[in-house]
Write a protein that binds this ligand. Structure first.
Ligand code: NAD
Ligand code: IPM
Ligand code: MN
Length: 364
């Protein structure tokens, strides 16, 4: 085993970096900088390898997710840091479906964990709400629902065309995400889980969610469980977000709810996510996309990617540097040492430099 200067054994975690498209490349560059700073004095060192999967590569040679990618990631890496995919030159979004949805499905990353945490009361668009009022996690089912790509089109382009997109809900899939939400609430002492569906209209698929929720919740008697239909839930989340600690929902509703939550906490630039299979290689990314209008201008907020990287460190068991990174973001956001989207004056690179400097000077 290699030794460092103080003769402490050095462990290594290998990180696959997939910057992707647009601002994805800009924010991951900064996140890697901050990760290096946060772990520089740690017994566990990070090693990074970058992969060029994204629109540019797809347009050049047709590659989206190479066939060997999943096996290679499982074998050679401990975690994946992802930027974003999406490019106006690929209107079909084919590469994004193959790469991002492909990795979620093929690595069976069934949890999409999206914390919504208001760092500074001044950043919420809600009146008279503070940091305690906006503090919940969205637990989004990440491998099923309307995202499985089952369906088809018939008589496309004619006045009689038909488009079918199947909503797939399996007993195993629904049960494991609901259990994850309760386990998360238990582990983090959050006390409350709200499940949200649309079982009043989707009487097959979401009736299954209802039944599974009723069965699982009795195993967690100390946790208050509640159900709201998704339309009522989004209304309540805006009216009084302090009611919620853990919200578990299906793939599509979780996607929508996570952008709503992000905005309540200061915008997409600050929102992190983890695509997780507990105990296995998992993928971490900001909630936002490739934001083509901001791309190449040094305007994108890197904080979402940095906070996603902190979730990655949590997953790797590196709680100290993860906390240091969160503290850096909190300090920067409160002091407005940040990008213009949250009222700062810094560019993407300068904000990243500030965060990297902070974690280097304030190690875990
Ligand atoms: P988007 O998240 O890329 O951007 C929406 C708006 O949010 C931007 O115009 C900008 O105003 C703001 N924003 C987002 N990220 C920001 C940041 N880091 N700093 C400051 N402001 C930020 O969503 P969109 O415009 O709907 O989608 C653009 C492309 O990204 C599409 O191709 C879409 O499919 C893709 N997308 C990818 C992912 C992903 O890879 N996980 C997620 C969402 C969207
Ligand atoms: C997200 C994105 C993706 C999703 C898109 C790009 C397919 O919006 O990660 O939230 O819908 O899951
Ligand atoms: Mn989304």
């Amino acid at each position: 085993m290699p030794m460092n200067s103080s003769a402490t054994p050095v462990a290594t975690k290998r990180i696959a970096v997939i910057p992707g498209d647009g601002i994805g490349t800009e924010v991951t560059r900064e996140a890697v900088k901050v990760l290096k700073g946060a772990t520089s004095a740690q017994p566990t060192q990070l090693e990074f390898a970058e992969f060029d999967w994204g629109a540019e590569r797809y347009l050049r040679d047709g590659t989206t997710l190479p066939p060997e990618a999943v096996g290679m990631l499982r074998r050679d890496f401990d975690a994946i840091l992802f930027g974003a995919v999406g490019d106006p030159r690929v209107p079909s979004n084919k590469h994004a479906a193959d790469i991002l949805l492909g990795l979620r499905a093929k690595l069976d990353l069934y949890v999409n964990l999206r914390p919504v945490e208001l760092i500074d009361a001044a950043l919420t668009p809600l009146r008279d709400r503070g940091t305690n009022d906006v503090n919940f996690v969205v637990v989004r089912e990440n491998t099923e629902g309307l995202y499985v790509g089952m369906g088809g089109q018939f008589q496309r382009g004619t006045p009689h065309e038909v488009a079918v997109q199947e909503d797939v809900n399996t007993r195993r899939g629904v049960e494991r995400i609901i259990r994850y939400a309760f386990d998360y609430a238990r582990e983090h002492n959050l006390g409350r889980v709200c499940m949200s569906d649309k079982s009043n209209a989707l009487t097959y698929g979401h009736e299954l969610w209802q039944r599974v929720f009723s069965q699982v919740k009795v195993e967690y008697p100390e946790i208050e469980s509640r159900h709201l239909y998704i339309d009522a839930l989004v209304m309540e989340v805006v009216r009084d977000p302090g009611q919620f600690r853990v919200i578990v929902t299906c793939n599509l509703f979780g996607d929508i709810l996570s952008d709503l939550g992000a905005q309540l906490a200061g915008g997409l630039g600050l929102a992190p996510s983890g695509n997780i299979h507990p105990g296995r290689i998992s993928l971490f990314e900001p909630v936002h996309g490739s934001a083509p209008t901001l791309a190449g201008k040094n305007l994108a907020n890197p904080a979402g990617a940095v906070l996603a990287s902190a979730l990655m460190l949590d997953h790797l068991g590196l709680a100290g540097p993860a906390e240091a990174m969160r503290e850096a973001v909190q300090t920067a956001v409160r002091a407005k040492h940040m990008t213009v989207d949250i009222g700062g004056t810094l560019g993407t690179r300068e904000a990243g430099d500030w965060l990297a400097d902070f974690v280097t000077k304030n190690p875990a």
